[in-house]
Design a binder for this molecule. Structure first.
Ligand code: IVH
Length: 671
């Protein structure tokens, strides 16, 4: 019988092998059920022996640290970008430039993945740090989020792994996952992400690692940085990285003639459309590292590599008509309805026209033929109008002056491009939108779909969010498709929403510019809706994170009698509109760091960085990741990076040692 420690180690290796086969090689050996069984064994053993849990255990991919914040870290070697070319002539020039003086050479042709660049560092074979590109010199430490990505090994496989390995590559969100996330967001009343790259970037910046873990990001690596490695060929180096378990693209080729390069570009121009993730071009790199050194760099990037970018696919189709959507906040968005057309593998029927100015800039007329483009964006764009096909009697498209839903005269808010319907509490689309907003998971969390809200509204049962709490079983049973069970569930869910936390309900009220984050900030200062309602604009603006626009919107929301009535009704129904009262001490806790923005840098001996983050937040401070004029001070541990130190000095921002900080906040110092 092996000991527990050996058994745990054995399970981890086995799981790592299966992960590699599944996520990197795409050739799994065992079924999902068998895999889950292995994982469960490991979870159970670790639960019995928590002292044996290591950060690189496969069980640690799912968020354990719920509040990491991003610290900016300097890259070992700057992360450069490539110069772009769009046509064969420029590729030929690049090729000839390389050949003059260098004789024959091999170029690696790779796909250009359309995601976010990342640098991942392994120390002694273990994932130690993952840094975003940032400004190329310094990026954000997103290690905790990267750990959730199954195709990125937490430990490298095999023998003789160099002590420090850095791989650089691209984080991607595959199309199917992108669509899944967007349909979920739409169901929750949130704006969908515009394209997989934005979705990947939004995901990587999430503070809650469990959200990152839910969204299945993927990655491809295209660069290996190891000091003293005696392999000159870039392709061979990637091959070696692959043998360590790093996910390297198989869609590469080594070319030694211009014709081969053109053939590669041509092939992928169409073939890339059937890939499950976004690519936007081809990268051409000199294969020999020695030659790369000779050819060198410009200030912007390497001279030994270029990116060839594909033109976004474009097609012409006819405008059928324009419809106008009314959003939850009353903003009117014009949408072009088009004769169906196939672009990049999907049928396009609609495209956004953004706002009135955009329609004017296109000079769009009825029944015009328009060019529709699908670039990196999944939502198609109208790139222009083919005026030669315009019918002579066609009238220009005119943005309406009244709301298409309720007929109220539209208003153009100062400083904004869009028109909006001011009839917030009387416009059906806005009312339904605000109910959908209130019921979403991050707000009141009531399990109800848009169709049910629509049905309840059209029968006159629900005209504002507080009417949800007046619903009876008979009301719901009268809707199509609702039997006892579903009715009970809906009523139960409505009842439960009353005990949702105050910030969630405040967010659910749908005050313009008060998103989840702002709601949290507000409830830190105001313990109840009453105190918030009494706050003046000036008072609100003194809060860190609340600017003029937000403060103005809050004050005008609460000044509206109809909103006051809704809030009074919610209170009567027992909906939580205040923070829980903590046993006696809450009032007494002092907040010595109130209003302070603090950067944490380096390592510490008495508490971990995460603990310091918690301490700062509990004492009223805000932890920020990069040094700026607004930083109050830096909690500087051992090995604080020289660039940070310099920046702090140049801005005159004080550095506090661990001892000084503990003394400042009156915490015990065990040294
Ligand atoms: S090589 C010094 N290879 O494209 C060489 N980049 O501007 C650096 N990218 O931000 C890049 N696929 O994130 C390289 N196969 C590939 C790539 C790739 C995508 C991204 C990369 C960089 C941008 C280039």
């Amino acid at each position: 019988m092996p000991g527990v420690e050996e058994r745990i180690e054995q399970l981890r290796s086995e799981i790592e092998q299966h992960n590699y086969r599944y996520y990197v090689l795409s050739t799994p050996l065992i079924s999902d059920v068998e895999f889950d069984r292995l994982m469960q064994q490991l979870i159970d053993l670790e639960a019995q022996h928590p002292e044996l849990i290591t950060p690189t255990s496969p069980t640690q991919r799912v968020g354990s640290d719920r509040n990491p914040s991003f610290v900016s870290v300097r890259h070992s070697v700057p992360m450069l970008s490539l110069s772009n070319t769009y046509n064969y002539d420029e590729v030929r020039e690049f090729w000839h430039r390389l050949h003059s003086g260098n004789g024959s050479l091999t170029l690696d042709c790779e796909l250009k993945f359309d995601g976010l660049s990342i640098a991942v560092v392994y120390l002694n074979g273990e994932l130690s740090q993952a840094i975003t590109r940032g400004d190329g010199i310094e990026g954000d430490d997103v290690t905790n989020n990267i750990r959730t990505i199954r195709s990125i090994p937490l430990r490298l496989l095999g023998e003789n792994i160099p002590p420090r390995v850095e791989v650089r590559g691209e984080i991607l969100l595959p199309y199917d996952e992108f669509e899944r996330i967007n349909s979920q967001r739409l169901a929750e009343g949130k704006d969908p992400f515009a394209n997989p790259r934005n979705a990947a970037s939004g995901t990587l910046k999430q503070l809650d690692t469990s959200v990152v873990s839910e969204r299945r990001l993927d990655a491809f690596f295209y660069y290996l940085l190891v000091n003293g490695l005696d392999i000159d060929s870039h392709a061979e180096r990637l091959h070696l990285a692959k043998s360590w378990g790093i996910k390297v693209s198989d869609y590469s080729a080594q070319c030694s003639t211009l014709e081969d390069i053109y053939a590669f570009i041509d092939h992928w121009d169409t073939a890339r459309r059937s890939l499950p993730f976004a690519t936007d071009g081809i990268v051409l790199k000199v294969d020999s590292l020695a030659l790369q050194q000779t050819i060198g760099f410009t200030a912007k990037g390497p001279r030994w590599a270029i990116a060839y970018k594909y033109q976004p696919e474009r097609a012409s189709t006819q405008l059928i008509d324009v419809s106008y959507q009314v959003g939850r906040t009353g903003i009117i968005t014009p949408v072009a309805n088009l004769a169906p057309i196939l672009i990049s593998g999907t049928v396009v029927r609609r495209a956004t026209l953004h706002n009135a100015d955009f329609i004017l800039s296109l000079d769009l007329h009825q029944k015009d033929y328009v060019y529709v483009e699908k670039g990196g964006e999944i939502i198609p764009k109208i790139a222009g109008v083919d005026k030669s096909l315009r019918q002579s009697d066609a009238l220009p498209i005119v943005f309406p002056s009244t709301c298409p839903d309720c007929g109220t005269t539209l208003i153009k808010a100062e400083g904004e491009v869009g028109y909006f319907c001011p009839n917030k509490l009387g416009c059906p689309m806005q009312i339904k939108g605000s109910i959908e907003h209130y019921t979403q998971r991050k707000a009141a969390d009531i399990t109800i779909g848009p169709e049910t809200i629509d049905a309840l509204y059209s029968r006159g049962f629900v005209k504002s969010i507080c009417d949800l709490y007046r619903l009876t079983a008979d009301d719901i049973l009268s809707l199509d498709g609702f039997k006892e069970c579903a009715t009970g569930n809906l009523l139960g869910s409505i009842e439960q929403s009353k005990s949702r936390p105050f910030p969630a309900i405040l967010f659910g009220l749908g005050i313009r510019y008060v998103g989840e984050n702002v709601a949290k900030i507000l409830t830190r200062t105001f313990n109840s809706i009453e105190t918030l309602m009494e706050a003046s604009q000036e008072e609100l603006q003194t809060i860190d994170g609340i600017g003029e626009r937000i403060a103005e919107s809050i004050v005008s929301f609460f000044a509206d009698e109809r909103n006051q009535k809704i809030i009074a009704a919610l209170k009567e129904f027992g909906v939580t509109l205040s923070n829980p009262v903590e046993e006696g001490i809450s009032e007494a806790i002092s907040r010595p760091l109130e209003g302070k923005s603090i950067v944490i840098s380096g390592t510490f001996s008495q508490h971990t960085r995460d603990e310091y983050t918690q301490i700062i937040e509990q004492l009223g401070g805000k932890k920020v990741s990069s040094i700026s004029q607004k930083t109050s001070f830096i909690l500087a541990g051992e090995d604080m990076g020289p660039s940070k130190r310099e920046k702090a000095l140049s801005l005159g921002i004080p550095l506090l040692s661990e001892d000084e900080f503990l003394a400042l906040v009156d915490l015990p110092n065990t040294k």
